[in-house]
Design a binder for this molecule. Structure first.
Ligand SMILES: Cc1ncc(COP(=O)(O)O)c(C=O)c1O
Length: 455
């Protein structure tokens, strides 16, 4: 154990508690319908919560706190495959032993949270662990935050401080960067900033055109050149969401991203990669590593899978004291879990061509192919994505049909979510602990649901 009080007695209780919790959680190991007597409890709690929040939920979902691997139990006793994982958070699945350990260890400590005037060993150990995985890049520092949006705000501030008064920013069309006042302008979808005043100057350029890959780089570079021609070189940075989650997992090639990075370097514009959703989920720990962009990145932001969030930056971009701070880094349990996650993912056999993630991707693609060419021909017209970030289109890929499909899929035992607009895609952010028998069952539920919904 790394934190808090320790004694022989605590160790004994710890070991017993750890195995008792795991044994109980492991009982949640297959999908199941709601218990008749608990249906009303879930409906009532959701209704009250919706009133408290002032808005309804997309799915009638409230977790009970029980779940294991890909399975999550709801308050009504139903158990479902969780293939969205709180939009990407639970890559290790539910009740992973590392998380049980992180929570129990945190209980031996004397506080809940860490912060800049509340420094503990956990943020130090997490920073050391994760920066140790970035030695091929120039990234030297890591500043923790409590959300992906806030880590993006920190990124923007330190870039602005360095490049003042060149405050303009370049982002891709269809990008999503979070919900802060600045990030809502980086985000492409205007529906997410209805009634908001514009707070920062962001110019959006076309991302990788997967329908015309040969011309994709040229198209983006032409748009970038046009920006400089119009506004002069008043740009601080270009932000690259390499695998666009909200767009339904659109991503480019190594050559495409290298071409953009070369353009940015030539123009003295910093390169900031937003890995809030992609961290941990592709063929390397960081997606920029998968695309061989180590030498280019100046700033990288992460969140979600880490159970915390933060901003990496180079020596050159280390901001002046006073610019970035804040009360909290995150909870002791979350930062401990983050450190254990990075170690586990890096030292296990997850990445590379033969890693577990590439293997999962291959299995899902082969199953999608079979469906698309057989029983669901004409009803499943696209599937794609990378690693554990996969998506597909059902029927005409309209909002109405996709939402109807997602709700039916939920009823049938799988939680997924939508992404994109024209076309709307069904998005999976897969957990790692998926066995072949789970994948077979998932695809028979998908087939059944597609046939029920798409006529
Ligand atoms: C690419 C990207 N950036 C930023 C964010 C914002 O992160 P958070 O919701 O933790 O603020 C998200 C969240 O979905 C994201 O996908």
């Amino acid at each position: 154990m790394s934190i808090g009080v320790d004694s022989k007695e605590i160790q004994e209780h710890f070991n017993k508690l750890f195995s008792s919790i795991l044994i109980e959680q492991q009982k949640i190991n297959k999908i199941k319908a709601a218990d008749e007597d608990k249906k009303e409890v879930l409906a009532q709690k959701l209704k009250e919560y919706e009133q408290l929040k002032g808005r309804g939920f997309f799915f009638p979902f409230m977790a009970s706190g029980r779940g294991h691997g890909p399975f999550v139990e709801l308050v009504d006793g139903s158990v479902k495959y969780d293939l969205i994982n709180a939009i990407g958070v639970n890559l290790l699945g539910h009740s992973h032993p590392l998380f049980i350990k992180a929570n129990l260890e945190a209980a031996t400590s004397d506080a809940m949270m860490c912060g800049n005037l509340l420094s503990y060993q956990e943020p130090y150990e997490l920073s050391k662990e994760i920066l140790g995985r970035l030695t091929k890049s120039r990234l030297k520092h890591f500043w923790l935050a409590c959300s992906g949006s806030f880590s993006n705000d920190s990124a923007l501030k330190l870039l602005w401080q360095k490049k003042a008064p060149n405050y303009r920013l370049i982002a891709f069309e269809k990008a999503f960067a979070g919900r802060s006042i600045a990030m809502q302008d980086v985000t492409y979808n205007a529906g997410y900033r209805e009634g908001m005043p514009k707070s920062i100057e962001v110019d959006h350029v076309p991302h990788y055109d997967y329908k015309n890959p040969d011309k994709a780089l040229e198209k983006t570079i032409n748009a970038l050149d046009a920006l400089i021609a119009k506004n002069g070189n008043t740009y601080s940075a270009i932000t690259l969401e390499l695998i666009q989650g909200e767009a339904g997992f659109i991503y480019g090639t190594k050559e495409y991203y290298k071409g953009i990075c070369e353009w940015a370097k030539k123009n003295g514009i910093y390169i900031w990669v937003d890995e809030v959703q992609s961290f941990g989920r592709t063929h390397e720990l960081f997606a920029f590593q998968m695309f061989d962009l180590d030498q280019y990145v100046d700033v990288v932001t992460i969140g979600k899978v880490l159970q915390a969030a933060g901003t990496f930056y180079t020596e050159e971009l280390n901001p002046k004291p006073g610019l970035i701070a804040g009360t909290f880094n995150g909870s002791l349990a979350a930062l401990n879990a983050g450190k254990l996650t990075v170690k586990y993912l890096s030292e296990g056999h997850f990445y590379g061509k033969d890693g577990r993630i590439a293997d999962l991707e291959r299995k899902f693609f082969s199953k999608f192919k079979t469906l698309a060419e057989s029983t669901c021909k004409g009803k499943l017209n696209y599937y794609g994505g990378v690693g554990t970030m996969l998506s597909f289109e059902v029927g005409d890929a309209s909002t109405d049909l996709t939402n109807k499909f997602l709700k039916k899929l939920f009823e049938n035992g799988i939680i997924a979510f939508s992404a994109g607009k024209d076309p709307v895609r069904v998005r999976f952010l897969l957990p790692l602990p998926l066995l072949d028998e789970h994948i077979d069952e998932i695809f028979s539920i998908l087939e059944k649901t597609i046939l029920e919904v798409v006529v």
